[in-house]
Design a binder for this molecule. Structure first.
Ligand code: CMP
Length: 233
């Protein structure tokens, strides 16, 4: 792991924000605090690459993580964007060979907690509730992946982009209270939608002319959700 910095002493309250640990009593929380390590990554830092051996699970305190896979000719498919309170890196621990199934990159400056495989497995055995939370998260991911498969297989470019923007609206909330704001570049949106960057820019410009989105400061504001829903598959 190419880590940018390690800190010690985990505050149990920081752990409580994670769905995995929400219901833990103080004794179990202290057990997690003792094995959790905090790390910081700079924007664009690759945390691990697909195919590497995975030996730890990662929980996001702050920042956005891009999960992607790439083809041998260098094309990249973003599978998911993960946010604070999400976790990742559990699949390699459960699969034979322990290979990372995808690459994880910090899209923004990021703070995370890592827990080593042996400690994590012990937690799963010792602390009731955590396995159920993991199953719920995996079910949610499968649902999102099925949605991506449907859109990639059946949607035209118009509906692929509309569907993606609607999905992302729940991933990024606008703290200022205005229309949902998606802080991604055209290239990042293209990777997520499975479209070329050029098609994505052309469609975004069309959407803007139709009043469905507003493009400003490298962000996409969703100004007409009803029309966007009609465009989506
Ligand atoms: P792991 O295979 O250890 O490393 C890559 C991680 O990305 C994987 O564990 C999961 O935690 C996460 N991941 C892989 N595929 C998806 C997906 N489709 N959606 C969300 N997260 C994923």
């Amino acid at each position: 792991m190419h880590e940018a910095g390690i800190m010690t002493t985990m505050d149990p309250q920081t752990l409580k924000q994670f769905i995995l640990f929400q219901e833990l009593d103080p004794v179990h929380l202290a057990q997690v605090a003792a094995i959790a390590r905090e790390r910081k990554f700079a924007k664009k830092h690759t945390i691990f690459m697909e195919g590497e051996k995975g030996t730890y699970v990662v929980l996001i305190i702050s920042g956005i993580i891009k999960i992607s896979r790439s083809s041998s000719d260098g094309r990249v498919k973003t599978l998911a964007l993960l946010r604070p309170k999400d976790f990742f890196g559990e699949m390699a621990l459960f699969l034979p060979g322990h290979e990372r199934s995808a690459t994880a990159e910090a899209l923004t400056e990021t703070r995370v907690i890592t827990i080593d495989q042996v400690d994590f497995e012990k937690l799963l055995k010792d602390v009731p509730g955590i396995p159920l939370r993991i199953i719920q998260t995996l079910a949610h991911r499968l649902q999102a992946a099925n949605r991506q498969i449907k859109t990639l297989a059946l949607g035209d470019s118009h509906s692929k982009l509309a569907d993606l923007l609607l999905w992302l609206k729940d991933e990024f909330t606008n703290s200022a209270g205005g229309p949902p704001l998606i802080p991604l570049t055209h290239q990042e949106l293209a990777d997520l939608a499975g479209l070329s960057r050029e098609t994505t820019t052309r469609l975004l410009n069309t959407f803007e002319q139709e009043g469905v989105v507003k493009l400003k400061n490298r962000q996409v504001a969703l100004t007409n959700l009803e029309t966007l829903k009609k465009y989506a598959t």
